[in-house]
Ligand binder design. Structure first.
Ligand code: PAF
Length: 283
């Protein structure tokens, strides 16, 4: 496994790999890896000839009051996990390597970024789309892998790739959960023992919604009210949003019954840590 820190070196390598008719699978990450990331790596290893993982904590996707400075980092741990998985290259650039001081071009995906996290985190998806677009131009993958936990991110990247004709297949992979149901996230490391207990309210909300739909209680307002009550009764929590929406457009559906596939999406502060989760409800 080789660690590449320079953009032009990564581009030269990718060109060489392609010249040899080999396919490139790409897993973009911000490091502090967990089983969720490794599931993407394993899919890439299975589907493609050469797997590249990027580790880059992207400053432009964090708001001024967000957790950029305390975002967890441990390159040595990440490196050894990726080595064990048989990854071929880690792309590990510095901020200066990725963003020149007078950097002034961004990618703005409209529509699908308006609601959910887009409403709570202004500028976040512009930062994500911009860095992912740059990484695609640097790594030049055939396939790129994203987790469904960041459902809106996945929808946004698929839209960007379609609209801007990136010749890349985007593959979404299922959420990986801890044994008790908590969705894996690098940010779980911020949680105290008590907060970790409270964090289960996101998964419990999903189970509750699924059970309601299963026994015919499909009214959207009733489902949202039941979830909000469950979370309000959980210590250390504050709801950012609980929404049901169209899984393609991410437009909110506020009333009526669950009919066909709908996305339940949640963002909840547990202490100071903002956690997200989602599930498809099928009515
Ligand atoms: O999902 C993430 O870790 C990040 O948003 C990504 C896709 C690596 C872009 O910085």
């Amino acid at each position: 496994m080789e660690i590449i820190t320079k953009v032009n070196q990564m581009q030269m390598l990718s060109k060489d790999i392609k010249k040899n008719s080999k396919t490139i699978g790409f897993v973009p990450t911000m490091g502090y890896l967990h089983e969720g990331h490794l599931s993407l790596v394993r899919a890439s290893k299975k589907d493609t000839d050469v797997t590249v993982v990027s580790i880059f904590v992207n400053p432009i996707q964090f708001g001024p009051k967000e957790d950029l400075s305390r975002y967890p980092r441990d390159f040595e741990r990440d490196r050894s996990m990726l080595e064990k998985e048989g990854v071929d290259y880690i792309f590990y650039p510095s901020v200066e390597e990725m963003y020149q001081a007078d950097f002034s071009t961004t990618i703005n995906v409209e529509g699908v970024t308006k609601n959910l996290c887009g409403a709570s985190r202004p500028g976040h998806f512009r930062g994500v789309a911009t860095v992912v677009g740059k990484l695609f131009n640097i790594v030049m993958p055939d396939k790129a892998y994203f987790g469904e936990k960041d459902f809106q991110q996945l929808v946004t990247i698929k839209r960007m790739v379609r609209d801007l004709n990136f010749p890349i297949e985007i593959i979404g992979m299922p959420i990986v959960r801890e044994k008790d149901g908590l969705a894996m996230s690098s940010r779980n490391s911020y949680l105290s023992e008590e907060e970790r207990e409270s964090a289960l309210c996101l998964y419990k909300s999903i189970i509750l919604a699924r059970e309601m739909v299963k026994c015919g209680k499909k009214n959207i307002k009733d489902i949202l009210n039941a979830i909000e009550e469950l979370i309000r009764n959980t210590p250390y929590t504050k709801i950012d949003y609980v929404k049901i929406c169209n899984p393609e457009t991410l437009e909110y559906i506020e009333d009526g019954d669950i009919d066909g596939k709908k996305l339940l999406a949640l963002a909840v502060f547990v202490g100071n840590t903002r956690l997200i989760d989602n599930a498809i409800l099928e009515g």
